[in-house]
Design a protein around this ligand. Structure first.
Ligand code: CP
Ligand code: NVA
Length: 305
């Protein structure tokens, strides 16, 4: 059974193949439409948290390819509460052709995958966000023609989005630097795994505290919310810790002159990113969000055909 839970489960060549397929599907779509590669297939989408991009881009990806999607809200499923995850996985496997799940605990999406007899896709957990990382890689690939040797710098919280971005960079040979405050590091295990991959691909990884040092030479500056879903009770303290990590015009001016600025969205304008940067000439925010659609089409085609 092929799932899409973590970019590290895939060989670099497979990820590159998915990016090339995403480019092809995007070009096709813009020229008039995609062939119905997923005709008759239905994606069940389990959400334990809110979503705009993941929900709509997966739904539209299925429609563009001749398939369909079902939205299952947090209230409906009550994953692990109303019903055991193992039961949800086995019941849904009899109805739909693949399951996408956005969960709080990473273990829950792994458990779904253990029990499902159809492919499971990770639509964000507290640990990672691999579909986002594929759209991010696609955006970088389109801009620079390669990921090899491209300097990607994440500024902010060592969160789920940072973990998947680091992993896709390591796999595809981009150099990854993060600047985050003490106490907000990525999980040690995620860093160890990235270092192992980077040794093979030649990707260079750096873990810093100073955002100004981190953005020197950056071709991509990436940021995300200071408070992720599920951490709301920490929001006040985080708002005190993170302001030196704001991506603003000053920080952007310290990077490469052709730098692109990325953010998985939703953005908290005035916190991790200023309006001036989000709406400015370096911003790739909206092409990045649109690329969710095309990257996920490629993932779905790889899993379902
Ligand atoms: N970037 C992202 O996953 O957005 P949503 O939370 O809106 O799905
Ligand atoms: N790190 C954010 C990403 C949202 C898409 C969160 O988990 O809330």
């Amino acid at each position: 059974m092929k799932h899409f839970l973590d970019v590290l489960d895939y060989a670099s060549e497979d990820l590159q193949e998915m990016l090339d397929l995403a480019v092809k599907l995007k070009t096709q779509w813009k020229a008039g439409g995609n062939p119905p590669l997923l005709r008759g297939k239905v994606l069940g989408m389990i959400f334990q948290k809110p979503s705009l991009r993941t929900r709509v881009s997966f739904d539209m990806a299925m429609r563009h390819l001749g398939g369909d999607a079902l939205y299952l809200s947090p209230a409906e499923i009550g994953l692990g509460k109303r019903e055991a995850i193992s039961d949800v996985a086995r019941v849904l496997s009899g109805y739909v052709d693949a399951i996408m799940a956005r969960v709080f605990e990473h273990e829950h999406v792994l458990e779904l995958a253990r029990w499902a007899s159809v492919p499971v896709l990770n639509g964000l957990s507290d640990y990672n966000h691999p579909c986002q990382a594929m759209a991010d890689a696609l955006t970088i690939y389109e801009k620079f023609g390669t990921l090899k040797g491209i300097q990607v710098t994440f500024v902010g919280d060592g969160n789920n989005v940072a973990v998947s971005l680091m992993h896709v960079c390591a796999k595809l040979g981009a150099n990854f630097t993060i600047a985050n405050p003490e106490g907000y590091d990525m999980p040690t295990k995620a860093i160890e795994l990235a270092k192992e991959v980077a040794r093979e691909t030649g990707s260079q990884l750096a873990f810093l505290r100073d955002p100004h040092q981190a953005v020197k030479g950056a071709q991509v500056i990436y940021t995300d919310t200071w408070t992720s879903m599920g951490q709301e009770e920490e929001a006040q303290i985080r708002e005190k810790v993170f302001p030196p990590y704001q991506v603003n015009q000053q920080l952007v001016s310290e990077a490469d002159q052709d730098v692109i600025v990325m953010h998985c969205l939703p953005a908290h304008r005035g916190q991790e990113i200023t309006d001036e940067v989000a709406d400015g000439p370096h911003s790739a925010l909206f092409s990045q969000a649109h690329n969710r659609l095309h990257a996920q089409k490629a993932i779905l085609v790889k899993l379902l055909t």
